[in-house]
Design a protein. Sequence first.
Length: 166
Amino acid sequence: MNNITDSQLPMNKPEIYCYTIYGFLFSIVQEKDMPWIYSNFIQIMYHEDWQMPVFEDHLNILQDCPFIQSYILNFKGNDDDYIKTIINAIDNDYYCYLFLDWYYINDNYHGDHFAHSAIITGYNTLDKSFTIYDNFDNGKFIKKVVSFENTAKAFFSSKNSSTGNK
């Protein structure tokens, strides 16, 4: 690891946050980018299984967005490599959008293992924690600080967890 003990990427309060992708997009969008949002964020539908409104092509909005670049992070598959990979990404000004199992990271969740998309925006090596944003508060996009250990467990568990898309 490097000598930096704390790093947090900038996040604004989102205007729309009913889904993690929206919370993320509207937390980093700048005023100059709003014309693209106004032109492309118009196909809203109601997803009956999720019982919520969603952007029609919301799963692709981040890869289609011209002011966001995305990359796939690779790591060897153990907790230490995962933690170092996330820290390195944040040190290089990359937000980490990934699936994490709420069973390990959401104190208010008491159900079965449940993989959900989340954003890691920062870390603290002294506390051994990551800053994570997700719809943790009854659908509200908020920040939580979660230990490196629980974040790694949540990531590796998410591969075998339900995504809730039944």
